[in-house]
Design a protein around this ligand. Structure first.
Ligand SMILES: [Zn+2]
Length: 414
């Protein structure tokens, strides 16, 4: 389609002169004539406003990410295919999809050398490994299918938060079984450590799912709630680790591989939290890191690296402390391991189900965007393009519902 200058009638019959639209193949882009946009409006802030005018679109908007958005009403197939196209979600999907298979591979290799069925000593490790495989997989699925609708986006991230929360419980299982400081073994904290962590997983999932509800009206509150939801169980789970490291520094203990691994894990966990909260680097240069290098991708990579070092450190403890721990602790039982993990899993599923059923009551966030944008939405998208917020709904395959230019018969040659 050749570019042409057109004036398009809006629904009220008024004309928007100086409108350009052009397309080629499956892609269409639409812009106003550049001269009609005041230069001061061509800013990230203006794009933010454009993206936020309609609540139904705002929920998809990420701070500092100006382009590469998929259409918010994609089909499941389009979502899967979009993981092979360059959108602002592509790297998010792969940075958790590939590590999922790395952790599955580690699990299978360990299964060949450790007896997970017959030896109760390894049951907490088994639970930890299963949850380590689950959380990147859930995250990858959430990023893949989050552009199907507003409702699907919420449900996808509810599941993502639930899996993260269960991973946190998995850490508590592993730390409780293999990482406790020597003089805490069999103590009161040790006794209640995992049950409290299971309770924390309900709080974490509940709070993080709830944080999606005030996302439109109170984005800061939403961010604080979500950050707190994950920082709190992280701090709790790592109490044994912090104390063990402190005791170790205090008493000049022998530095072993496990301690080094835990330090790397904490370093990457710190980086993960910082990236999640700061939205750097895209906040400093909006639009520069839309496809590669934005904070969520770095957040994924740091989380995976942190989990890798954590897994290796736990495996060191599993082997090196086995005799010492087995002399002081009873073998883990089925109710305390799989029973607790199963109840926590069911409880988390129930919480996610409850929030899913409450979605229609979420202010402003329950409306599914129409497959054809409203006139108001259409004009906001035109303005977005004019202000330089190009590709707001990024590339998609032919036939994908996407933002389309006004129909040629809706205007006249200007
Ligand atoms: Zn993510």
């Amino acid at each position: 389609m050749r570019p042409g200058r057109r004036a398009v009638s809006n629904s009220g019959g008024a004309e928007t002169p100086g409108l350009w639209w052009q397309g080629g193949g499956s892609q269409h882009s639409t812009t106003h004539h550049p001269s009609s946009a005041p230069r001061r409006l061509r800013s990230p802030a203006a794009c933010r406003v454009v993206g936020s005018v309609s609540g139904r679109f705002q929920i998809f908007w990420e701070d500092g990410i100006m382009s590469g958005y998929r259409h918010p009403k994609s089909s499941a197939l389009d979502c899967v295919l979009s993981s092979f196209q360059m959108t602002n979600e592509t790297v998010n999907i792969w940075t958790h999809f590939l590590p999922t298979w790395y952790f599955v591979w580690r699990f299978l290799v360990l299964s060949s050398s450790l007896d997970f069925c017959q030896e109760p000593y390894h049951w907490p490790l088994l639970i930890y490994l299963l949850l380590v495989c689950l959380y990147p997989f859930a995250s990858s699925c959430a990023h893949t299918f989050s552009s199907m609708s507003v409702r699907a986006r919420h449900i996808c991230y509810f599941c993502d938060y639930g899996a993260l929360s269960l991973y946190s419980l998995g850490c508590a299982f592993a730390y409780g079984a293999y990482t406790m400081p020597d003089h805490w073994v069999s103590g009161v904290l040790h006794h209640y450590f995992v049950p409290v962590a299971a309770f924390n997983s309900f709080v974490c999932t509940g709070l993080s799912c709830y944080s999606r509800f005030p996302e439109l009206e109170h984005p800061r509150l939403s961010k604080v709630l979500r950050t707190a939801a994950f920082v709190y169980p992280f701090l709790y789970d790592n109490i044994p680790l912090f104390c063990r490291l402190l005791f170790c520094f205090w008493s000049n203990c022998t530095w072993n591989e496990a301690m080094a691994g835990y330090c790397y894990h904490l370093l990457f966990a710190l980086l993960t939290g910082f990236l999640f909260a700061s939205h750097l680097p895209e906040r400093l240069a909006p639009g520069r890191f839309d496809y590669i290098g934005h904070s969520h991708q770095l957040f994924h990579i740091c989380a995976v690296l942190g989990t890798h070092f954590q897994l290796e450190a736990i495996l060191c403890d599993v082997c090196s402390r086995r005799t010492w721990l087995q002399d002081r602790l009873p073998a883990p039982g089925l109710p305390g391991t799989f029973g607790t993990a199963g109840l926590a899993f069911l409880g988390n599923v129930a919480i996610i189900g409850a929030f899913t059923s409450a979605l229609p009551r979420a202010p402003g966030s329950f409306v599914s965007p129409p497959s054809v944008p409203t006139e108001a939405g259409r004009h906001m998208m035109l303005w977005g393009e004019q202000l330089g917020c190009k590709g707001l709904w990024g590339p998609s395959r032919p036939g994908t519902p996407q933002y389309s230019p006004p129909p040629p018969n809706g205007g006249r040659i200007g």
